[in-house]
Design a protein around this ligand. Structure first.
Ligand code: FES
Length: 122
């Protein structure tokens, strides 16, 4: 069976440390809110679910970075996460991780691979 590949956005839509794009992922067969961001040139995707209380991270749509552009931050209680592996470095869920998704950038477009293997094992 061919691997599924879902278009999220164009590469140019994601600037480094800038607004992310929300999309609908699939997690254990169920639709789940997710997002992609670009950081240090690479694109990263995560389920949009804080590890403190399972609510979405962005209060303003797509606004996932803190002011320094170095961390992903939960708008509700301020937990902050490494953009490259989702580890929470501070806040009420310190030490936990966002669930990372398999996203790829190909020919100027960003795709989500719902059958990717990353999950939360990164
Ligand atoms: S819900 Fe994200 S830090 Fe509390």
């Amino acid at each position: 069976m061919a691997e599924r590949k879902w278009l999220i956005c164009r590469s140019e839509d994601l600037t480094d440390g800038g607004l992310g794009r929300r999309f609908q992922a699939e997690w254990h067969g169920v639709p789940a809110p997710a997002f992609v961001v670009r950081w240090m040139g690479r694109v990263y995707g995560y389920l949009n679910e804080c590890q403190h209380i399972p609510i979405e991270l962005d209060f303003n749509e797509g606004d996932f970075f803190d002011l320094s552009k170095q961390y992903l931050v939960c708008a509700t209680h301020g937990a902050y996460y490494r953009p490259d592996n989702g580890l929470c470095l501070g806040g009420p869920c310190k030490g936990r991780r966002l669930t990372r998704l398999t996203v790829v950038e190909q020919e100027g477009e960003v795709y989500y691979l719902p059958d990717g293997e990353l999950g939360d094992k990164v």
